[in-house]
Design a protein around this ligand. Structure first.
Ligand SMILES: *Cc1c(COP(=O)(O)O)cnc(C)c1O
Length: 388
């Protein structure tokens, strides 16, 4: 998972923030916390994030793919671990040998897991994933009875233990959306049906970050939190603020300062033209590093900005692959000055949420896409050992 940075920008990940966020989420939810570190920990680094989350009291680690979970085990991450995406070729035998809970969303997938059972003495750990109304992954209502019957059969013959049953909400960031009630009701019905088939899973779970914070009735036996672990608000405007701290700050050195005369046009397509004389700065980051091109001006309603010398400096013109231009409004900060692209409030720049609003997306996408040529460094770690 190590990467070779090839540019001057730096992503600083505060592991103390991840630890504190895990502690806060665990205390707020009052049930075990599954710390979700898929997609390289939403851009924060899966291994370091998993370790920090565990240090903060996370009970489980969650990943999307089987491969992500196996990579964490290989890096020495121990303890309960759940993954939920595995194609027909996923290495279920390796997952079982590594004590990883895998998720099955159909009878065919259970059959593939049974076929991977060759010679193991311990039953595999399998959780059943149900579709309660998102129409994405998980067994649909019409398949629940067959899934539960096959699951119970494999439990009786010692192939696996059904350790969990779970589902995922579609509209958790809109707490008033009627789908939330409908999905919770469907999940409760599924649990009754599973019980009738003799299944007694220890972990019934429904909630992502937004549900964990906004819908106490749906916390069940565990909550799966990703975005909130990294300190970002899963449902902006819905009063979810419990004191989470954003863990990621992206910095770059100011690459160039230049004067613009009235009428000078900036970047590809000349989409921004200076009305007055001003100064502009060059930021050595672009969409090749995960900076959204949609945040360009004037495409964005409110263009994104960066922080230089404690002031907001808005983007001018189109974000390019490797660089973009910001308005310095006549100031002349030194070349090499620290540019805060985004970070926690108080870090001297905008937040990932500000960028999300400028680009018409969600904060998840802003942090998860950061990468490219940026170097990732960690602060706030507890261990001497390199946390990457
Ligand atoms: C990504 C994911 C989560 C975490 O969602 P957040 O909104 O980031 O908390 C939880 N469960 C599943 C199945 C996921 O795919």
């Amino acid at each position: 998972m190590s990467r070779l940075p090839l540019g001057p920008a730096e992503t600083v990940v505060d592991l103390a923030a991840i630890r504190a966020n895990a502690r806060l989420l665990r205390a707020t939810a009052g049930v075990p916390l599954v710390a979700v570190v898929k997609a390289d920990g939403y851009g924060h680094g899966a291994i370091a994030s998993a370790r920090a989350a565990q240090q903060g009291g996370a009970d489980w680690i969650g990943t999307a793919t089987v491969e992500e979970a196996l990579a964490l085990r290989a890096a020495g991450i121990q303890g309960p671990m759940l993954c939920w995406i595995g194609g027909p070729d996923a290495d279920y035998a390796a997952a079982a040998a590594a004590g990883i809970d895998v998720s099955a969303h159909g009878v065919a997938q259970l059959d593939a897991m049974a076929a991977a059972d060759a010679g193991r003495t311990e039953p595999a750990r399998v959780q059943l994933k149900l579709d309660t109304g998102m129409s994405r992954a998980g067994a649909g209502r019409g398949e629940w009875a067959a899934l539960f019957a096959r699951a119970a059969e494999g439990e009786r013959d010692g192939t696996w233990r059904i350790t969990g049953i779970w589902t995922h909400p579609a509209c958790a960031d809109e707490p008033e959306h009627p789908a939330n009630d409908r999905q919770e009701q469907a999940f409760r019905e599924a649990l009754v049906l599973a019980g009738e088939h003799g299944l007694r899973p220890e972990l019934r779970h429904f909630a992502n970050s937004a549900t964990a914070l906004l819908r106490p009735s749906a916390r069940f036996d565990a909550v799966r939190c990703g975005i909130a672990l990294y300190g970002l608000d899963p449902a902006p405007g819905q009063a979810t603020d419990i004191g989470l701290v954003p863990a990621m700050t992206v910095h770059a050195p100011l690459a160039l300062v230049k004067d613009l005369a009235p009428g000078d046009a900036v970047s590809y397509g000349h989409r921004w033209v200076a009305e007055h004389a001003t100064t502009v700065g060059l930021i050595p980051l672009g969409y090749g590093d995960g900076i959204p091109r949609h945040a360009s001006s004037p495409a964005a309603v409110q263009p994104a900005a960066v922080g230089i010398g404690g002031k907001r400096r808005p983007i001018r013109g189109t974000v390019c692959m490797d660089q973009f231009v910001v308005d310095l409004g006549g100031d002349r900060p030194e070349v090499g000055s620290d540019v805060v692209v985004f970070g926690p409030p108080g870090a001297g720049g905008p937040t990932a949420q500000d960028w999300a609003e400028a680009a018409g997306t969600i904060n998840y996408e802003i942090v998860t896409r950061i990468g490219g040529r940026t170097a990732r460094t960690y602060v706030g770690g507890l261990d001497e050992q390199d946390p990457t």
